[in-house]
Design a protein around this ligand. Structure first.
Ligand code: ADP
Length: 443
């Protein structure tokens, strides 16, 4: 390829040499006229090709590109190559996009692409079906105008207000067919865009309800016979001479086991009641000062009942910090964590209960100086019946369901559980309540 600068240099040199010869042969005026005429022609040539380029750029069809002469031949050739490369990658890109759309359309789940203003950019047929959308008509429409379910609108708003939105899915009854349960999840991507995934979970939901009902029914059925057995055992032990001395020990063991089974059944029933409650929890203002003092008192009583040397229970609270929620459920969650701290801390140890504001969120924490937990167990602690040390759990009256209950209560309050622990040093269990729950004054 020719270099434009060299090309201009050689042309200029040639023209100057020609003018010098003419000057020598004739006179300076003729030489000057020749130079001007040469430069003028040179300029006209460039203007001509510039004009051709400008005309072509208005309608850039590849096979209508001018060929050019001199440097313009090179310029047009380079432009031709570049244009061909671009149109090739454009074709590739649109075929990739088309393939992506085909793949997304074939997905059994509904997919909606939303822009930063929650307007629909694209959606696949299952999304049209499940959410009642029509891409042709609804493109660029705000999704909240079309999906008017209050839970969905709240979910969308929560996600807009909270930058640290954790995009947990929500379940809601379809507004088009109340028999259908949909699971909807918003996933942020790119620059403030969102992917809305919508899944029909009706069958799963039915199985889940069956499982829940089964556990609740079995627990109910077992409660009465167990109460009868426990009652008879107690009566027999209390009756003078009814139980021979040599068997008293066995009777004591039987009574312990029946009361343990009763506790498990009670916890299973609590869990299934919380799980099957699809309504939002009460939204009452809770006097946290009163609640935390009650928890501290309960913790002292539990400590006394378990050990000769009691624990030192410290309470450090922000008296002006309150929250909204269900008092009964939150009492259960907070006291579960506190009782665990007592049960897994050797007698005489320290327990620190805290209630503070952190980054506009209310945080309840229980720090103990107990046995601690190895890291590998931490993620599984809220599973039903997951116990690190079964022996200790049983000895202290545990059922293995306490943290599962806590987790469900927190989910209902949009709160989260944080666990930090070090084996042999102690653990800290914290509940973080979102800022929407926080009240700094009781009305
Ligand atoms: P459990 O009734 O067995 O205490 P939980 O669901 O309350 O059941 O707790 C699950 C397991 O988590 C317990 O068995 C115990 O191993 C562990 N755990 C809970 N809290 C603590 C704590 N503060 N310190 C050490 N381990 C704990």
């Amino acid at each position: 390829m020719q270099d434009i600068r060299w090309n201009a240099f050689w042309l200029g040199l040639l023209l100057s040499l020609l003018c010098l010869i003419i000057w020598a042969a004739t006179d300076a005026v003729t030489a000057l006229i020749t130079l001007s005429a040469g430069l003028f022609l040179y300029l006209i040539g460039h203007i001509y090709w510039l004009h051709r380029l400008h005309t072509w750029l208005k309608k850039p069809v590849l096979n209508q590109m001018p060929n050019g002469t001199g440097v313009w031949e090179d310029i047009f050739a380079a432009l031709y190559q570049e244009h061909r490369r671009n149109s090739r990658s454009k074709t590739q890109l649109s075929s990739t996009l088309e393939r992506f759309r085909h793949a997304a359309s074939a997905l059994p789940d509904g997919v909606v692409v939303l822009n930063s203003d929650n307007e629909i950019e694209w959606c696949n047929p299952p999304a049209e079906n499940q959410l009642g959308l029509n891409l042709k008509h609804d493109e660029n429409q705000p999704i909240s105008y079309l999906v008017r379910h209050s839970d969905f609108v709240e979910y969308l708003q929560a996600q807009e207000q909270d930058e640290s939105f954790n995009s947990e899915p929500i379940k809601l009854k379809s507004w088009r067919n109340p028999e259908v349960t949909l699971e909807i999840q918003l996933i942020p991507f790119g620059s403030k865009q969102k992917l809305l995934i919508c899944r029909d979970v009706t069958a799963l939901e039915k199985t889940e309800i069956m499982r829940r009902d089964f556990i609740a029914n079995v627990s109910h059925e077992l409660r009465t016979p167990l109460t009868v057995v426990g009652g008879f055992l107690e009566t027999l032990v209390d009756m003078d001479g009814a139980v021979p001395e040599s068997l008293k020990n066995y009777f004591g063991m039987m009574m312990d086991q029946t009361s343990r089974m009763r506790r498990i059944i009670e916890d299973l029933l609590t869990l299934s009641t919380i799980e099957s409650n699809t309504q939002s929890p009460d939204n009452n203002e809770i006097d946290m000062s009163k609640l935390l003092h009650q928890i501290q008192n309960d913790a002292n009583s539990l400590s006394k009942s378990l050990n000769k040397t009691t624990h030192n229970i410290h309470l450090d609270m922000d008296k002006n910090l309150h929250i909204k929620g269900s008092q009964e459920e939150l009492y259960s969650a907070l006291s579960n964590l506190t009782s665990n701290a007592i049960r897994y801390t050797p007698a005489g140890g320290d327990i620190f209960i805290g209630w503070k504001l952190r980054d506009n969120q209310a945080v309840f924490s229980v720090r103990d100086t107990g046995i601690g937990i190895e890291q590998q167990h931490i993620d599984r602690l809220t599973e039903r019946f997951y116990r690190v040390d079964r022996g200790r759990s049983r000895e202290t009256g545990g059922t293995g369901l306490g943290l599962a209950i806590v987790k469900h209560i927190l989910n209902r309050h949009q709160a989260r559980l944080e666990i930090e622990s070090q084996l042999g040093v102690g653990s800290t269990f914290s509940i973080v309540f979102p800022k929407a729950c926080v009240k700094t004054k009781l009305s």
